[in-house]
Design a protein around this ligand. Structure first.
Ligand code: SER
Length: 319
């Protein structure tokens, strides 16, 4: 790769798992950790880093030019619950932030410089009124959340920039992603909270009904998927169109039963939060990822039990 890679939101859940893979592949100096309020810690802080406000296009453009960036992995975003609580911040970061990334890439491409990108979409694009099982990409999208609407607008902007300006930004619609570290203010994040509570010997009150099923995945599978999609030759995939990827689905009670294998005295109760329950109910139970499987060989490799083990052991180690 000629230029450098900028990862925005690199200190978030996806970023801190993706940066090591990018550095392994392209070299430490080629991958720039872009952060905003959360300062890079541990090994993330070892290589190049830059503070960036994605809502400020001039700032972003300056960084791209000065740091010779030829690829942006744009992960800076508010999660579902945070976006619902602060729609203006979600508009600035999630919607305007992506728009700025697309504008900057389009300008570079128009100047004859090759530049690509990656963006994370979500099962939040789906909304109420759809069949719950095995939902494919190409269905009518009617999300009610600020977060989901932002993801739909983002996907449409990416499709438009590809069609009209040849901008190659690849997109995955992720299920709930689960890995070690403090979970963000989202809806699927209850799963991480539950496993960490068990590791610390605490009781956990689930903010959802016990049978609320959602598609989920180990974060290590998710970042491997990003690497795989970004390495796929242009002619073999549909650029500008989002790909679903799936691993497994579970409901809180089923997760609690797996967690109890690690800590038999772990206890949970259920006190549904109105907003989280409504969001979770509007998302599918299972999604169809056959396009990703057929077109670029996607396949999940990490089981639910291994996902729980990874988060449980990391949280135990922190005590
Ligand atoms: N984990 C995310 C959320 O719940 C889904 O994109 O906000």
């Amino acid at each position: 790769m000629e230029g450098n890679i900028l990862v925005t939101g690199a200190t978030g859940a996806i970023g801190r798992n993706l940066v090591p893979l990018l550095r392994e592949k392209y070299g430490m100096d080629k991958v720039i950790v872009g952060y905003h309020s959360r300062i890079p810690q541990g090994s993330l802080a070892d290589g190049p880093k830059v503070q960036v406000n994605v809502a400020n296009k001039d700032e972003l453009y300056k960084i791209v030019i000065e740091q010779k960036v030829s690829s942006i992995y744009h992960l800076a975003a508010l999660l579902s619950v945070a976006a619902e609580q602060d729609p203006e911040a979600a508009e600035r970061v999630n919607t305007q932030g992506l728009r700025n990334v697309l504008d900057v890439i389009a300008e570079q491409v128009a100047n004859g410089n090759s530049m690509t990108g990656f963006w994370a979409s979500s099962i939040a694009v789906y909304g109420e009124g759809l069949p719950a099982e095995n939902v494919a990409e190409d269905v009518v999208l009617k999300p009610f959340t600020v977060y989901g609407k932002g993801k739909v607008i983002g996907e449409q902007a990416i499709a438009e920039f590809y069609k009209t300006k040849g901008v190659d930004v690849r997109v995955i619609r992720f299920p709930g992603l689960n890995g070690p570290g403090k979970p963000g203010p989202g809806t699927t994040e209850y799963a991480i909270e539950m496993i960490q509570a068990a590791a610390k010997g605490n009781h956990y009150t689930v903010p959802l009904k016990q049978d609320t099923i959602m598609p989920m995945m180990d974060i290590r599978d998710a970042v491997r998927a990003i690497m795989q999609l970004m390495a796929s030759p242009t002619g073999t995939i549909e650029v500008g169109k989002p790909y679903n990827i799936a691993a497994f689905s579970f409901f809180p009670e089923a997760l609690a039963n797996v967690v109890k294998k690690f800590n038999p005295s772990f206890t949970v109760d259920y006190k549904p939060d109105e907003l989280k329950q409504r969001i979770a109910d509007s998302w599918p139970n299972t999604i169809d990822d056959s396009r990703a499987r057929n077109q670029w060989g996607w396949k999940s490799t990490i089981s639910l039990k291994e996902m729980v083990r990874n988060i449980y052991e990391a949280a135990k180690g922190e005590q």
